[in-house]
Ligand binder design. Structure first.
Ligand SMILES: *Cc1c(COP(=O)(O)O)cnc(C)c1O
Length: 398
C-alpha cells in the first residue's frame, strides 16, 4: 500500500478535523521516520514535542513490551508498580508532593481547573489565562485557551474563564475579582508561536497570586520533561507554581498526563471527586518511568542545553542570511522558533510544505514562526542537515 492509497482510505472514513501531510508513516527510529513509499524524513516535529527520546527509543520500547506482557490494565481500583514508581520520580524531582494521572494534556488541565475551583471554595471559580495561550480542546480547556479561533461555533463555553493581554501584569491584576481562584499559564507559549514569558513577567504573576490568594497553575504540557533544557521550564525562571500539568513528552508517545501539586492543595480532592479509567495505565506509566530515568541520567539535560546553544546560533545565521523572510529566533532549549517577517509569514505554509517534500518535518506555529521541536536526542549533524535543507528551501522564496 502506497501513501496515496492509505490517504484515500483514510479520507473515506475519518471526520475531517485534521489537515494531514500526504504521507502514511510506517516506521520510526531516533530522529528519522519512513513512510509507506519508503521515503525517509528528518523529524524536527517529534509527534508535536512528544517523542523527546526519539522514535522507538530502545529502553522505552523494552519497558512497554515488558509491561505489556505482564499487566496492561486494572483501573485505579488497584495499585500498580509502574504508576507508583512514576509518581515517586515526579515527586522526587519537582516542587510537588502529590500526583494525579490522566491520559492527555487537556485532561490534566481539566483536573487542574477542578482542583483550583474545589480548593478555593464556593464562589471562587474564575481562572485568568493569557491571550495566545493553548490549553486543550475539551470545552473547559478551550474556554481557558486565549485564542478566539478555538471558541468559534462552540459557544456557549463553560463560564469562569477570562483572558488577559500577553505580557502585562497590570492587565491581569485588573481582571482579578472576588471570584478569581487561579492564574493559568504556559511558561512559554508553544502553539501560538513559541513565545517565552520573561522571568520578570512570571515573577510578577507569582507575586499577584501571593498577594491575592490565588493559585498559580503552570501548563507545562509542552515545555515539561527536558524540552527547554531543564526537567521543567519553570526551574530556570525561579518561579514555582502551586499546580503543574505535564503530558506530551511524558510517555514518549504513549498517552499519559500528570497533574502535580503540594500536599496541602491536593487535600481538597478527596475520594470520588475526580477520576480517570485509564489514567496512569501500567503500560503508559512503565514507558514514562523509563523516560524519566533516561532524562535524569547524568549529562542528558546538559546535552539538551548544549545542542540548544548550537541550534540557536545556526538559526540566527539563517535569520541573518534571509532578512527579507526571517527576523529573529526565540524559544528555550529545543523548543525554538524562527520568527518570520510579514513577507515570510505569507510563505510560512509553503516553506513547511517544501521542507516536507525535501524530507524534513517542521511546522508553522501561530501564523508567525517556523517551529522546531526535534527529539532531544538529535545530533549536531542532524541539526546541520536541517539547516542545510532549510536554506535550500528559503533560497527559493528569498
Ligand atoms: C498540546 C498541549 C495541550 C493539549 O494536550 P492534548 O494531549 O492534546 O490534550 C495543552 N496545553 C499545552 C501547552 C499544549 O501544548
Amino acid at each position: 500500500m502506497s501513501n496515496a492509497e492509505w490517504a484515500d482510505r483514510g479520507n473515506q472514513v475519518f471526520i475531517g478535523t485534521y489537515n494531514r501531510f500526504p504521507a502514511a508513516m510506517v516506521r520510526g527510529s531516533g530522529c528519522r521516520l519512513w513512510d509507506a513509499d519508503g521515503k525517509e524524513y528528518l523529524d524536527f516535529l517529534a509527534g508535536i514535542a512528544v517523542c523527546s527520546l526519539g522514535h522507538c527509543h530502545p529502553r522505552v520500547t523494552e519497558a512497554i513490551c515488558r509491561q505489556a506482557s505482564s499487566l496492561v490494565h486494572v483501573s485505579n481500583l488497584f495499585h500498580t508498580q509502574p504508576q507508583i514508581e512514576l509518581a515517586e520520580l515526579l515527586v522526587a524531582h519537582s516542587f510537588a508532593d502529590r500526583v494525579f494521572m490522566a491520559n492527555s494534556g487537556a485532561e490534566v488541565n481539566e483536573a487542574a481547573i477542578k482542583l483550583a475551583r474545589i480548593h478555593s471554595g464556593e464562589g471562587k471559580y474564575e481562572i485568568i489565562s493569557l491571550e495566545g495561550s493553548f490549553h486543550g480542546r475539551t470545552l473547559a480547556t478551550v474556554a481557558a485557551t486565549g485564542q478566539p479561533k478555538f471558541h468559534q461555533g462552540f459557544e456557549p463555553l463553560p463560564q469562569g474563564f477570562v483572558h488577559a493581554p500577553f505580557g502585562d501584569p497590570q492587565a491581569i491584576e485588573q481582571l482579578i475579582t472576588p471570584q478569581t481562584c487561579a492564574i493559568l499559564c504556559e511558561p512559554l507559549q508553544g502553539e501560538s508561536g513559541v513565545r517565552p514569558l520573561e522571568k520578570d513577567y512570571l515573577l510578577a504573576i507569582r507575586d499577584l497570586c501571593d498577594r491575592h490568594g490565588l493559585l498559580l497553575i503552570f501548563d507545562e504540557v509542552q515545555t515539561g520533561l527536558g524540552r527547554t533544557g531543564t526537567l521543567f521550564a519553570h526551574e530556570q525562571l525561579g518561579v514555582t507554581p502551586d499546580i503543574m500539568t505535564l503530558a506530551k513528552a511524558l510517555g514518549n508517545g504513549l498517552p499519559i498526563g500528570a497533574m502535580l501539586t503540594t500536599q496541602k492543595i491536593a487535600a481538597s480532592l478527596v475520594v470520588g471527586t475526580h477520576a480517570s479509567t485509564f489514567g496512569g495505565n501500567p503500560v503508559a506509566a512503565a514507558a514514562a518511568v523509563e523516560v524519566m530515568k533516561v532524562m535524569l541520567a547524568d549529562g542528558f539535560l546538559e546535552s539538551v542545553r548544549e545542542k540548544s546553544r548550537y541550534f540557536v546560533k545556526k538559526l540566527e545565521g539563517v535569520a541573518a542570511r534571509y532578512p527579507q523572510l526571517a527576523n529573529g529566533v526565540r524559544g528555550r532549549g529545543l523548543l525554538l522558533g524562527l520568527v518570520l517577517t510579514e513577507k515570510g509569514v505569507e510563505q510560512g505554509g509553503a516553506i513547511v510544505q517544501h521542507l516536507f517534500e525535501q524530507g524534513v518535518l517542521i511546522n508553522f506555529a501561530g501564523n508567525r514562526v517556523l517551529r522546531f521541536v526535534p527529539p532531544l536526542v538529535v545530533s549536531t549533524e542532524e541539526i546541520d542537515m536541517l539547516i542545510e535543507k532549510l536554506c535550500q528551501v528559503l533560497d527559493r522564496f528569498a
